[in-house]
Ligand binder design. Structure first.
Ligand code: LIP
Length: 279
């Protein structure tokens, strides 16, 4: 078990993750233009393609070659339960926004986070279609293509643009609850935007292009990298109740300011979700 890493190790990992994300990006860009073989997972709107699987294999095998003792939690290979230990663990979403990928809607991203002792030490989100590489390391800030990112200072929901997603569940009770929450927000905010990808929504918050994002239902691979990115851009990331962020809880709320996060949390109807770490 590798439960600590030197700064030199982390520098190697940081270079490696950028290289492998660019290679993954080439595969995605090539496949983006072509017809895809699409299968469904938990619902008719939870899609997977051959590219999701191939990209995840590429990332895992590349990292394993260099770091054979590291652990992996990847969207397409994790199975029913994921266990996060103190070991150095790579959290991978090979294509976040698979539905967008299938429809050639250009908001998709490779998302990779490295956690050591359950703390995120590297976060990377790469949109290969728009060629935007977002990176963050603790205490070093968040960047897009080398440009430093800063969240907005909006404190009042009445002046906020909020990203939110309906997710892939088509259960009518879940949908009704999400519609009620969305309605509460739209009644108070400047607007709501749905991009179809948690990672890109978090990049919008980190870049100061949206003031907040919330979702109930995504998984650790959808927001582990974005969590570090938003915090390093000066923002706050919490549970949708407003309590501390829990990467396994499948609930995320991030905002430029704590005040805005609190207002959004107070307006949301909470959903009881199966955690990522229980089968
Ligand atoms: C997607 C998330 C999105 C959510 C979708 C889906 P995927 O991830 O990023 O926020 O609303 O249901 O989970 O499955 O495209 O990697």
């Amino acid at each position: 078990m590798k439960t600590d890493m030197t700064n030199d190790d982390l520098d190697v990992c940081f270079n490696l993750v950028q290289d492998v994300a660019r290679k993954a990006g080439e595969m995605i860009r090539e496949a983006f233009k072509q017809e895809k073989q699409v299968s469904t997972k938990s619902s008719l709107a939870d899609l997977v393609t051959e590219s999701d699987k191939k990209v995840e294999q590429l990332i895992i095998s590349t990292v394993k070659d260099k770091f054979p003792t590291h652990s992996f939690i990847g969207e397409e290979s994790v199975g029913d339960s994921c266990v996060l230990t103190d070991n150095a663990t790579w959290i991978i979403d090979p294509i976040d926004g698979t539905t967008n990928f299938v429809h050639r809607f250009p908001y998709i991203a490779v998302s990779i986070a490295l956690l050591v002792q359950k703390k995120t030490v590297i976060g990377l989100i790469y949109n290969p279609i728009l060629d935007q590489m977002y990176t963050a390391r603790p205490g070093q800030g968040a960047y897009c293509n080398g440009e430093k990112l800063q969240v907005t200072q909006t404190q009042d929901l009445g002046h906020a643009l909020v990203c939110a997603e309906f997710g892939s569940s088509r259960d009518s009770k879940v949908l009704d609850s999400k519609f009620r929450s969305m309605r509460k927000i739209i009644e108070q905010a400047h607007g709501i935007r749905s991009l179809g990808t948690a990672t890109m929504a978090m990049c919008m918050v980190a870049s100061g292009k949206a003031d907040a994002y919330f979702e109930m239902g995504p998984h650790i691979w959808d927001f582990a990298a974005g969590d570090l990115l938003v915090r390093e851009a000066g923002g706050t990331v919490v549970d949708t109740t407003g309590g501390p962020m829990d990467l396994m809880s499948r609930r995320v709320l991030c905002a430029g300011t704590q005040e805005l996060a609190n207002q959004i949390a107070a307006s949301l109807e909470q959903l009881d979700l199966q955690r990522d770490d229980c089968a």
